[in-house]
Design a protein around this ligand. Sequence first.
Ligand code: 0A1
Ligand code: ZN
Length: 867
Amino acid sequence: MTGNPQRKYRADYQPPAWLIDDVELDFDIGSAQTHVRATHSVRRNPEGPAAEDWRLDGRDMTLVSVAIDGRRLGESEYTCGDSALVLHGPPEAFTLTVETRIDPEHNLSLEGLYRSGDILCTQCEATGFSRITYFPDRPDVMSRYVTRITADAQAHPVLLSNGDCVETGSAGAGRHYAVFEDPFVKPCYLFALVAGDLGVLRDSHTTPSGRTIDLRLYTEHGNEDQCAHAMASLKQAMVWDEATYGLEYDLDSYAIVAVGSFNMGAMENKSLNVFNTACIFAAPETATDDDFALVRDVVAHEYFHNYTGNRVTCRDWFQLSLKEGLTVHREHQFAIDQGSPGVTRIEQVRAIREVQFPEDAGPRAHPVRPESYVEMNNFYTITVYHKGAELIRMMEAMAGRDAFIAGVRHYLAKHDGQAVTIEDFVVAIEESTGLDLAQFRRWYAQAGTPRVGVQTDYREGALALTLTQSTPATPGQPDKAAFDIPVSVALFDEAGRMVREPEVLRLDTAQAEWCFDGLAGEPTVSALRGFTAPVRLDHAPDDAALARLMAHDSDPVCRWDAAQSLFLKTLVAGVAARSGGEALPEPSERLFEAIAHLLSNPPADRALLAAMLTLPSVARIGEEFDAIDIHAVCAARDHLKQAIATRFLEEFEALRADHAALQAYVFDVEEAGRRRVFRLALDYLAAVDAPGLRECALELSRTADNMTDRMAALEALRDLPGEARDTALAEFAERWADYPLVMDKWLRLQAGTRRADSVEQVTALLDDARFDFTNPNRVRALLGGFARGNPAGFHRADSGGYTLIADQVVRLDALNPQLAAALAGLLTPWRRHAEPEASAMRAALARVGEGVHSDNTREIVEAGLAE
Ligand code: 0A1
Ligand code: ZN
C-alpha cells in the first residue's frame, strides 16, 4: 500500500466559502469523449469562512478552459491538480464557466458519467459529480439546474435529465438536443443524465389534489414486459405516501431508468431515478417472490427519498443516516402495510441481527453518525441504513405513530430546501412531539450493540423483573454511557394466556427493576416484542417456556424467536460437541414436541410457519460464539436438519404435496406464503435425500410456471449426488441464457454448492463467457455468492477460498474500487473465527493490502488489520 489518503472528520465541518445558486450544464456527447461546459452563478457565502482561494473538486477528467465573467483565466489565476481546481482570489460574485472533457467509454468505476450496455448514465452520490466537472462536491451547496444534452439522434434517441423537458430540437449532422429545467434546488449528488436507445413503459398517477403525474420506466428494448410490477409498485408507493404522510409528488413527471451495470440497488436522483435492473425487472417466469418484494421495496424507497433526502438533504456525509435511516424506516413501514406484517418484521430483524450486529462487533464498527472516514462510499453500511432505521422506529414507538408522522411533517416543512443535520431532525421531532431525546441521542454517537440482560425473581404472586445493559468497546470508543432502551414486555401464564398486556419499559440506566404483582402463578416473560430496540437480549427461558411462547405468543417476532432459541440450544450443544471431537448430540424430545405442535397448529400466515421452521442461519449460529468453529457450525446445522427431516418426513411430504394444488402464479401474501412452505419442505426432504425427491425436483425445475418454485427445486438438488443436479443446471443455463439476471441465479447456485472442489468450480466460472468481471451483479452473484453463501468452501482448510477472494479483490480494485472494497470487507471479520481459519483469513487480508491502490479498499483493509 502506498500514499497517505486524507481522513475527514465530522468535527472539522466548515460551511462552504462560496455558494452556487444556478448551474447550467451543457453536455456534448461524442462517440468517444464527452465535452461538458458548466456555467455557474457564484457568490460568497456570508456564513462561510473568509477564504482567499476557492477549491473545486474534480478527478479523472481533462480541464479545457476556465473563465470568470466570460474572461478566460491565465495560468497564474488557478491551479489544477489530480483532485481539485483551485481558483486564486476569485471575486465576491461572478459567473464561472468551466469546460472539461470526460471519457465515459472507459469509466469502469461506475461513478460519474459511464456506459452501461448501450446506455450512457450517471451516478453522482456520494462524490461522482466531481468526475463530470469541477465543482464543490458536497451536499450543502444547493443549486437550481438547467441541463442541455446534445447527442447522436440514432445512438441516443432518448435524452433525460432532472426536472421538466423544456425544449428539444435538431442539432444538425444527425444530432439532436434536449433541455431540462429542475425548479427545485438540489445538491450535485442528485444530478442525473441518461442518453440511450430505450424502450419505455408509461403510466400515470393522479394525486389527491388532482394533479396528474406522468410516469415512465425506461429500459433497453425488449425488457418492457419485465417492468409492470415495478410500475405498479411505484403507484402503490405514491398512494401510500399520500395516505400515510400526506406527501404528494411535486413535479409533473417521474422517470426511472433501469441499467445493467450499477454498483448499488438504485439512486434517488430528482425525478430521474437510476436503478439496477435487479431492482426493477420482475416477471413470474424470471423472478422469485423475494425478487418481487425487493423490487417493490426499492422502488418505494427511492420514491420516498423525494421528500426525505431530496427536498430536505444532508449537510455533509456524516449525516447520511438523516436521509437513509429515515427512508429505510419509511420503506419498512410501507412493506409492513403491504401484508404479512409479522414475517416482514422478522426479515427486518434478521438483517439487523445477522449482518448489522456482526458489523457493530467487528473492526469496522462505527456509530450511525460516523466521526470520520477516508472514502465515503465505504459508509453506505447496514449500520447507517438499517440501524439508523431502527433508531427512527424507536422514536416512533415513543411518540406514537400519529405524533411521529406529524413530527416528520414538521421537520420537512421547517427545513424544506435545506441541507441539515441529524441533530436538526431530532430537534424537530422533540419540538413537535414533546419527547425529551437528550439521552436517546447517544444512539447516534456510540457504536456497538448493547446487551440487555433479563432476570426474573418470582415470589408469592409477584414477579421482580430486572433489566441490565452493557455495551462492549468498539474501535475508538472504549467506554460507553447507558443508552435509553425501550423494551416491550408482556407476561403469559402456563396455559399460554396473556396475563399482562404489552408494556414498554424504558431502560436508561445500567440496571433497573420492575415489579408485576397479582399474578396467579409464575409467568413466562415475552421480551423485546416486535424487536423494540436493536439490542442483544440475554434472556434464557427454559425449554418449556420457549415452547409456550412458540405456541402462544401473540407477537410473531417473539414466537419466531422462541423457535430460534430452541433450535439454537441444540445447535450450540452440537457445535461444542463437534469442536471437542465428540459425536453430535440428538435433539431433545421437547424440541420435537414443539415442532409437532406447530405443524398440527400452524399459524394462519403460512410464511410465518415457514419462518418458524427455518433453522437459524450459519451467521446467526456464529453469533453465539466468541470464536466461531465454522465447520462445526455447518456440521451441527446439517445434523439438526437431518434429524428434523427424519422425524417429520411424512409431514414434509404432505406439505410438498399440498403445493401441487396451486393455481397459476400470483404474487400475493397468501400464495407467496404457500410457496415458502413448499420450499422449506423441499429443503428438509433434500437434507435426507428423501426417496423420489430428486426426480420430483428435476421435474419441477422443468415444468414450474414460476421462478420461485424452480429455484426451490434447484436449491434442493444443489447438494445432492447423482445426475439430476447437473442436468437441471445445464437445462436452466440453456433456457435462460439471454437473461443475465437469471444467469446470476445460476452463478449463485453453483457458487453456493457444497463440494470439495467448490473453489475450483468458482475459479473456472470466472472464465466462463456467461460471467463478466466488469458487471457488479455478476461479481456479486459469483464471488459474493461464494464468500457469503458457501461457508464450507470459503473457509476451506487449505485457505483456497480466502486466496480466491483476495486475488479477485486485487484484480477488481483497478477497475471498480467501490465493489472491490465491499468484497474485501468479507475478509475483515477474521477475529471472530477460531484457528486455524482466523490466521489464514488475516493473511489473505494482508495480501489484499499489498496489492491494492484505491482509498476505498485500503481503508477497509487497514481497519481489518488494525490492532
Ligand atoms: N442513495 C441510494 C444508494 C446509493 C448510494 C451510493 C451509490 O453509488 C455510489 C448509489 C446508490 C439509496 O439509498 O438508495
Ligand atoms: Zn436510500
